[in-house]
Every structure is written in C-alpha cells, then in structure tokens.
Design a protein around this ligand. Structure first.
Ligand code: TEU
Length: 582
C-alpha cells in the first residue's frame, strides 16, 4: 500500500449541506456485537464499539431495525414502533447510545419500516378482528376472486407475488378475506391511501426525531403506493415477480414522500433521509432526491447490486467486464449535480462485495481495496456496511440448516430436495448477516455464547484486531479513503467524469471542483492492463498528478520502480487501484 497523507489538505473540508463529505456506516444490530452472551448483537455492544467507528472516521451510523418485533424478518416486521425489542436492549440504553454517538461527533439514523408492520402489531391485531373493525382499512383486506373457492390456489384477489416467493395474499378463514403482504406473510402492508395511517406514521417519526434521532433510512419506500383497484399484473420481469408494476413507483408515491417530508423532516432542520428504492431507475432517481422536490436527502438505488440477476435472484450470471463500472457511471450521470447518491456495494440484503465482484481466493486484499476505491470516491455519500472495511467474505452455507433468512428459507421450501443450490449459497441475504469479525477469539469476539448464525472459515484470518495492527490492511486503506473524502474539496462537491482508458476492465474517473481534482484509477479485472487513450497520451500525459494512495506495494512496471510512484499511464496490475490528486 502506498500512502502519501502529506498531500491531503489539513483539516476537514467544508460541506454544505453537511452530509456531502460525510461517511455512513451501517450496523446490522443482530450481528454487530453481543454484550450479554445470548449469541445475538445488542445496543450495549454497539455502545462499546462506537469509539472504533469514530476512530475509523464514520460520521453517520445507520442502525437496522431494533424496535419490538417477532423477528420474522429480523426486525423488519415491527410490532411496536415506540419501543426497543428486549433482544437488543431498551429505550434507556438507546438514549445512552445516541448521546455517546453525539459526543463522538456521529449522527444516528434509524431504519423506518412503514410499508408494512408485523402481524403482531396492535394495529393489525385490531384490523384482523373482522370487517367491522375501525382499523380494517389500515391494511389491504380483499374478498377472494369472484367464483373461486376461498383459500384455494387461484382464489387470491390478484396474481401479485411476494418478494419472498409465493402469493402476496394471505387467506384469513375467520373473515373469508385475504390481506396483502408484499414481503413475508408476517408483514401485512399498511394502506397508505388511508390518512389515519399516514398521520400515525408521521407522529411516530416525529417522536423519534424529537428524541434526538438524526434521521431515517426509509425501508422499501417505493412500494407504498399501490395501483388503484389492485389489478392483476402482467408477466413477471425477473428479478421481480408478477404484479411488480402494480406497486413499484405507484401513482401517489411522490405525493406521500413530499407529505412525509413536510410533516416530519422539514420540522427538524439538518435531519437526514435515505430512501431505499429498489425499483428506482436512473430515469426516476431524481424524482426521489432532487432537493427542490423535498422528498429524500439521498437515494439508495438497487440496480448496481442487482446485476447478473436478470433470470432470477438466485440464478446469477457472471458479470461482463466493465458491467459494474458502467452501471455505477450511469447512476452518477443520471443524478449529476442535482441529486445525491448512496454509494454502496454491500448491505444486509446483499452478498459480500469481495465474494461477489472480487477475487476472494486469488486477490483478496487487492480486489477488496480496488472495489473500495471504485465506489467510495464517486459523487454521493459512501456507505460502509459492517465488516466491509476489513474485507469480510460471505457465509459458508452447505446445508439448508445453515440458513436463517426468511427469503432463503422460503426458497428452500419451494425447491425441496435440491440441497443448497449454488446460486442460493452465493446470493442469500445471510451472506451479509454473519457476525462482525473483531478478533482471533472464538466467534471472532462477537459473542461469548453461541452465535445465532455461523461464522465463515475466513473469520479466523479476517478480523479488526489483526488489521488495526497492520498499516497496509484493508482497514487502513478504508481509513485513507475516508480521510480523502473528509479533506479533499473535489470529493465533496466535485463533478464526476468517466475517463475512457481503452479497456472495459479499467474503471477510471475524475472528480473536479474549483482548484481541486482527483483521478481515480481501478483495474477491476484479474489481468494486467495498460491504460490507453487520449487522456494518457504522452503530450497530455497527466504526469502532473501526484499519487496519494495505491494498493500495490510497488509499481508492476519495474522500469517505473526507480522513478518512484507509478504514473497514470503505467500498466495496472490485476486489481490495482490508484488515487491521484492535483
Ligand atoms: O428490502 C426491500 C428490498 O430491497 C426488496 O425490494 C428486496 O427485493 C428484498 O430485500 C428481497 O431481496 C427492505 C430491507 O432492506 C429488507 O431487509 C427487508 O426484508 C424488506 O425491505 C422488507 O422490510
């Protein structure tokens, strides 16, 4: 690793608004740090690790759901929005966590799951008492399809499919009606057309914002508006199921998001809203995050992490050279200087990036740091998912009993006798949910008990303790990227311009602002490549660039060795990354 920190401007740069040079870290609480030995992470464990996050340079901490929940979808099925699940702790511990984070200069963002509740939420319990319930219209209850025998296949009110497989309708024999659930049957969809529902959601949001929470990551927000009449959908368009066009980007979605902003975030200046829109496209993206529309601060797109799944989520194909770089560039160009992107490659729904896009066995360090460089310095707010900063790898799933995620378990139930299909083992959301790897002790220091999900074999060699002691580790590399994000003006407000380097394996771009430019060069392939093209021509040789950061110990081209750091035009080793400043 080559690092010339002296090239960085001293001190933190200015950013208006503040999040333009912020770095966000996502915690999946169930797998971050256990403090009481029950094998599940908790709030007290997070409190213990806040200083680690502050020293890494984290500005915003997004905590996945910690509300009361039966845990059918690991907390994304909420039964009480105004309390902490005892599995994780209590409100007093949460308040202490927020206070400590603020002392350390970090903001706390909660996960807001309001497309649906849990079946155990009192709202749904009351709604399910029968058609005369005062809350019946808080959810979507519909009669069986006319002429069909209730409760039998084909009797569902529409042909919509759940994201987690099977019908999106669950039959209730007591009332003879069905209720809608786009996700698990334990997650009934709230009826956002009902103003009472919206009022209750906004009141709850303001309750948390008044309590000191700095914002929300808004879960599955682009499916809250359903097409009137809930009509049948057309043929499935993988990786989405039947009916997807009837609830993705629905007719009142942006009315609801603007009303939400007006009724909550607008009353809390500086609050931060991250909209998760798995169905958004580069064309629709600005509708969510153009500041003039007053909807979301920034948008979490899902296209970059859905690549290779066109024939189905669990039958991924190998990506073509440059495919990831092309999609990331498309989103940069689509949002331009109007919108604001969440930059990420991993989260709790995704496989680990090195396992998926890199070379975990032949070039683990190089591909982890090259992928980090490629996404982290683009225009937007970079997200680090817990463990990504040390290059954690995916799970090790060889038996059906290794899985925990409802989506994966449903898939196994629908495909009995197939053992563990390779696509499921590779793409299952459980890959990103294995415990954080802290040290070389049993269970990697995550718990003194039995972890709720197994750790992969790589946990014995990839952990925080080892990398804190190594100035050239993946962790040290992320630290250098974070420092650059905090201090280099072009990485805060600068434009994004892709550079043609003559080969799809190279992803090269320039960030530019007044008096500050950054050249980011990554070889996202397993072969050595010499950059070519106008940008690298001798007479335009960008030799006046100064290398700030590189993931190779020395230039691959021995003739360059004596000259010191590699020039932009010099050959890039497989998975080499370089960051130049001027
Ligand atoms: O995921 C929403 C989402 O991205 C889905 O469209 C996606 O297809 C799903 O994860 C299945 O692969 C959010 C949360 O991130 C996820 O963990 C929850 O399971 C889901 O909403 C329901 O709350």
């Amino acid at each position: 690793m080559i690092l010339h920190s002296d090239l960085l401007p001293t001190g933190r740069g200015d950013a208006d608004p503040w999040w333009m040079n912020a770095v966000l870290y996502q915690i999946y609480p169930r797998s971050f740090q256990d403090s009481d030995g029950d094998g599940v992470g908790d709030l007290q464990g997070i409190v213990r690790r806040l200083e680690y996050l502050a020293q890494l340079g984290v500005d915003i901490v997004w905590i996945s759901p910690i509300y009361r929940s039966p845990q059918a979808d690991n907390g994304y099925d909420i039964s009480d929005y105004r309390d902490i699940d005892p599995l994780f702790g209590d409100l007093e511990t949460f308040d202490a966590l927020v206070a400590r984070a603020h002392e350390l200069g970090m903001r706390i963002v909660m996960d807001l799951v309001v497309n649906h509740t849990s079946v155990e939420h009192p709202w749904f319990v009351e709604s399910a008492t029968g058609p005369d319930s005062a809350r019946r219209d808080w959810y979507y209850w519909r009669d069986p399809r006319p002429g069909a025998v209730p409760g039998t296949p084909g009797a569902e009110p529409s042909n919509w499919e759940s994201f987690f497989g099977g019908s999106a309708w669950e039959y209730d024999p007591a009332s003879g009606q069905y209720y809608l659930h786009l996700f698990a049957r334990e997650q009934p969809d709230l009826n956002w057309e009902n103003p009472e529902v919206r009022d209750a959601v906004y009141d709850m949001m303001n309750w948390w914002l008044d309590r000191g929470v700095d914002g929300f990551r808004v879960d599955a927000i682009d499916v809250i508006s359903k097409r009137p009449g809930l009509p049948d959908g057309g043929p499935a368009r993988a990786p989405f199921g039947v009916g997807h066009e009837c609830f993705a980007d629905g007719p009142r979605l942006h009315d609801f998001l603007q009303e939400m902003h007006e009724r909550t975030f607008a009353r809390h200046p500086g609050s931060f809203t991250v909209g998760e829109a798995s169905n958004a496209s580069p064309e629709s993206a600005l509708l969510f995050c153009d500041p003039d529309r007053r909807e979301c601060t920034l948008l979490i797109p899902c296209e970059p992490v859905s690549l290779g799944q066109k024939t189905g989520k669990f039958s991924p194909r190998t990506l073509a050279a440059g495919e990831l770089a092309d999609v990331m560039s498309t989103w940069q160009e689509a949002l331009g200087e109007r919108g604001w992107n969440a930059l990420y490659l991993e989260n709790h729904d995704q496989p680990r990036a090195v396992s998926r896009f890199g070379d975990p066995h032949g070039a683990w360090y190089e591909s982890a740091t090259a992928l980090a460089t490629a996404y982290f310095l683009q225009r937007g707010t970079p997200f680090i998912y817990q463990g990504q900063e040390i290059g954690m790898l995916g799970g090790h799933f060889t038996r059906p009993s290794d899985f925990r995620d409802v989506e994966s378990l449903n898939y196994l139930s629908a495909h009995p006798g197939e053992g563990v299909p390779a696509g499921l083992a590779a793409i299952s959301r459980d890959n990103g949910r294995t415990p954080m790897q802290w040290d070389s002790s049993p269970a990697a220091g995550f718990t003194s008990g039995t972890p709720w999900i197994d750790l992969p074999p790589s946990a014995s060699s990839i952990h925080v303790e080892r990398q804190l002691a190594d100035a050239s580790s993946v962790l040290a590399f992320y630290r250098a990227l974070i420092d650059a994000r905090h201090r280099v003006p072009a990485l805060t407000s600068g434009s994004f311009r892709r550079v043609d380097a003559g080969d799809p394996g190279l992803f090269v771009y320039v960030r530019s602002s007044e008096g500050s430019e950054v050249l980011v060069m990554t070889n996202l392939s397993g072969r050595a490549i010499t950059p070519r093209g106008v940008f690298f021509d001798e007479d335009l040789s960008p030799s006046r660039w100064a290398l700030y950061l590189g993931n190779m110990a020395s230039p691959i081209d021995s003739s360059e060795a004596e000259a010191g750091d590699p020039l932009p035009s010099s050959t890039m080793a497989p998975w080499e990354a370089r960051v130049y400043l001027r």
